[in-house]
Structures are given as structure tokens and as C-alpha cells.
Design a protein around this ligand. Sequence first.
Ligand code: SAM
Length: 233
Amino acid sequence: MSDRFYLPTPPTDGHAVIDGPEAHHLLHVMRAQPGDEVTLFDGQGAEYTASVEKCGRSEVLLAVGKRTEVDRELGVRITVGVALPKGDRQKWLVEKLTELGASRLVPLSTERSVADLKGKSLEKLRRGVIEASKQCGRNTLLQIDEPQPLAGFIASATGTKWIAHPSGEPLGAQSVSDQVSLLVGPEGGFTDEEVAAAIEQGWQCVGLGPSILRIETAALALVTVVASKVPTD
Ligand code: SAM
């Protein structure tokens, strides 16, 4: 796979200008020269072949080929609602969710949440999605929503709905629909009332074995289980 760069706006007349962190990567990490071939992806399912035409101090002009849809998605839309852990663990979780193919991450506030996503933190996490997509080859960006309260997420989810809880039903032969919503609690766990509210609204309470897993481990294990249930043809 050639080096990949994110191009959020479509090219004009076969040309595009890249600036910001993408230009920094191209100019100062890859040491791009005119004539170098790269791949651009638009975050909405497509990529372009492109070649560097001109390198500026902080921007790069590229000649861009035609837009090609290249689908590297799972075939199931997975939404993950998580009471986020703190600090760098958020970044790691986002990177791994992107690699594994989750479609949407919803940071949740719950009774026992500890982390709060403010201002630039959300932007940094979204930037992390781009970085991970460059590396893993996904052309569709993992969407990260603004934080929302657990109650709203529970009520609005559709498709297969699993809430992870240490006392939940072991995961086994359950099948999944093409839309799956997953719920993972904070370090202190969901309260009994939160679990009951989810079950009342059609969520299935699922367990991931006898160990108490960290938030990231539980979220990634769930996504992996869902991905393993998607038929490949
Ligand atoms: N003492 C807390 C409890 O009993 O829920 C532990 C919380 S755990 C660190 C964080 C979240 O990961 C939990 O709320 C749950 O969603 C998920 N989780 C951790 N271990 C799990 C397991 N064995 N089965 C299912 N979910 C688990």
C-alpha cells in the first residue's frame, strides 16, 4: 500500500492542496519530492491516486487521479457507546476501534463516569482516527460523536443491542443484525439501575468471561466478537 493521506475536500480540476498535519507528514516525515506517488482518501469510502507536483513550506500541491470507491468496511455497522477511560487510554481505544472496523463511537456520561471530553480532546481523538485510518487502509472514518448521557443512547439505539456486564449472559451463538450497538461501562461499572434500564429497552446483557476487563479490553473484545459473526462471501 502506498503512503496514504487524508483529503477531506474533493479535488478541483484534477488538483488538490494539502496543508496542516497532512502536509507536515508529507513534507517533513516522508520528505516528499515532485513526482512522488501517494494515495489520498476522503474518509467517506473512496481513494485517489495522486502525485506530488509542488512542495511549499507548509502545503503540497498534488495532481489527482479519479475517485475510486474502495470498501474496506466490515459489512456491519457497529456503534460503540463507552464511558471513556482517562488520558492516553482514550487515544489507544480510538486507534484500535478504527483498526477493528467500528463505525461510530459515542462517549457516554454515566453515573460513575470519570472522564470528561472537553474542547480540544474530542478534536485530538478525531485526529487519531485519521492517523489510524492512514495506517490500516480504511477509507471511511470512524465517527466520534459529542458526548451524550447514557439514557439517550440506550433509548435511541437500533439493531442488535448488547450491554457488557460481568454478570451478563456468556457470548456464544448469538447472531447479529447489520446494525449493532454496544455499551461498555466506566471503571466503577454500570449501576444496577442503568443495567435494568437498558434491559427494559431491549438490550441484551452479555458477559465476556470471568475476569474484570478494563474498558478498552471489553470494548475491543465486543467489536471483535461482532466482526467474527459477519458472513464473508
Ligand atoms: N467493578 C465493575 C463492574 O462490576 O462492572 C468493573 C467495571 S469494568 C472495569 C468496565 C466495564 O467493562 C464494565 O462496566 C463492563 O461494561 C465491561 N466489562 C468488564 N469486564 C467484563 C466482563 N467480564 N464481561 C462483560 N463486560 C465486562
